[in-house]
Design a protein around this ligand. Structure first.
Ligand code: SF4
Length: 399
């Protein structure tokens, strides 16, 4: 549960968040795939100290005394998992024993805030929850309108308890395009929300816009971003353009090697085992899974769109990495959606409760693309290796 924020104090004029956000709460023991398994959680020395001084049962006390290890070269502590890779504070019925006995105040910051994350941009705080939480994914897959953005006025500074990511002053000087983070965020969110075309087409239209904007920004014209956005609104998505994008067919010769490598380097799942025959990758089986997954998406078109919209916020788009161009950042975003589709195809190929399997597998996408900063450059290099330097090539990766 590592949070990527830069620990800025949050001061927002208003909050902008998906409709599901305000009602989100952890479902604890009812969660089929608790986040309190496998993941390493950091605690500060002060948080551990507070817990050690709490009055609690003998059982909890002994757990507290035996469960924290100080990290090397750091003031932080980690909770070491038990032999079943579960958080030792997790009860048999999957509740947190610290929260149950002492209340939320005694949890670490990470445990309190997870799976929420926030980005502060120009006085607007964008918020969402990570796809690594099963309950969040379940909501996205069942509630068509849950990604509609709502504006909320913060009641007080206490009302915002999470720390928000915020661009540093120096970055705003070095990369003036970051001053338009909100304009760009809203523009792309609008493209990605357009239900009159498939989500793949929306994403490819976004790639065309990202390329155009990147060209201007590269020529030192970041201040023209609002004007370029206005012009692009009129140009993108004419009839012929939409028809030619919708008609792009999957190119397995090009996309499969990319997906294999993405899985090997970044996602690290064993789900390609589902599409093997005689121990080797078997394309017809993958295509069979892909067709079954596509059928599920055709029947529930909002599912992939909601996932794509949540990823847009979750992976801090349009600038996941300030030092990369808008188009390069967009490549990371497309790779995340390609990964979600690839996992869907592999899981639907197995046929065993595929919808539940797909929801659970999205944690891989969240962990690989939003929790791990180091992956951003690796993904960028991988995309370039596979010629993803134009919208046409990026299109092949998600078709
Ligand atoms: S994954 Fe989500 S719902 Fe499940 S235990 Fe964690 S925070 Fe709660």
């Amino acid at each position: 549960m590592v949070i990527f924020m830069k620990n800025e104090k949050a001061r927002a004029r208003y909050l902008r968040q998906p409709a599901y956000y305000k009602d989100f709460s952890c479902i604890g023991g009812a969660c089929p795939i608790s986040c309190c398994l496998v993941w390493r959680v950091d605690w500060t020395a002060a948080e551990v100290e507070k817990l050690k001084n709490a009055e609690c049962s003998e059982h909890l006390k002994s757990l507290i005394d035996s469960s924290f290890n100080k990290m090397e070269n750091s003031e932080k502590y980690i909770v070491h998992m038990d032999e079943k890779n579960r958080c030792p504070f997790l009860t048999e019925d999957n509740f947190c024993s610290i929260q149950r006995e002492l209340g939320e105040d005694y949890l670490s910051y990470t445990c309190k805030v997870y799976p929420r994350r926030s980005i502060l941009s120009g006085g607007v705080m964008y918020r969402c929850c990570n796809l690594s939480c099963y309950h969040v994914v379940d909501t996205l897959c069942n509630d068509k309108d849950c990604m509609k953005l709502e504006n909320i006025l913060p009641k007080s500074s206490q009302a915002i308890r999470e720390k928000a990511y915020k661009d540093k002053e120096l970055d705003l000087i070095n990369y003036p395009e970051l001053r338009y983070r909100s304009d760009l965020f809203e523009f792309f969110y609008e493209i990605l929300s357009d239900e009159s075309v498939s989500i793949e087409t929306s994403v490819i239209l976004g790639a065309l816009a990202a390329q155009k904007l990147s060209e201007y920004i590269g020529k030192g014209k970041a201040d023209m971003i609002p004007d370029i956005i206005k012009a692009l609104r009129g140009q993108l998505g004419n009839k012929e353009q939409l028809a030619s994008i919708e008609n792009i067919k999957p190119n397995y010769m090009h996309k499969m090697p990319f997906l294999f490598e993405l899985n090997k380097l970044i996602i690290k799942s064993n789900l390609f085992d589902n599409v093997k025959s005689d121990g080797k990758f078997y394309l017809p089986k993958y295509i069979e899974g892909e067709n079954a997954f596509n059928k599920y998406i055709e029947e529930n078109p909002f599912v992939l769109r909601n996932i794509a919209l949540n990823l847009w916020i979750e992976i801090k788009m349009p600038y996941r990495n300030d030092s990369m161009t808008l188009f390069e950042n967009y490549g990371n975003y497309i790779a995340a959606i390609a990964a979600a589709k690839m996992l869907g195809a592999c899981i639907f190929a197995s046929g065993k409760d595929p919808v539940k399997g797909f929801k659970a597998a999205l944690a891989y996408v969240s962990r690989s693309f939003s929790h791990n900063e180091n992956n951003v450059k690796i993904i960028d290099e991988l995309i370039k290796k596979y010629n993803g330097v134009s919208p046409a090539y990026l299109a092949v990766l998600i078709k």
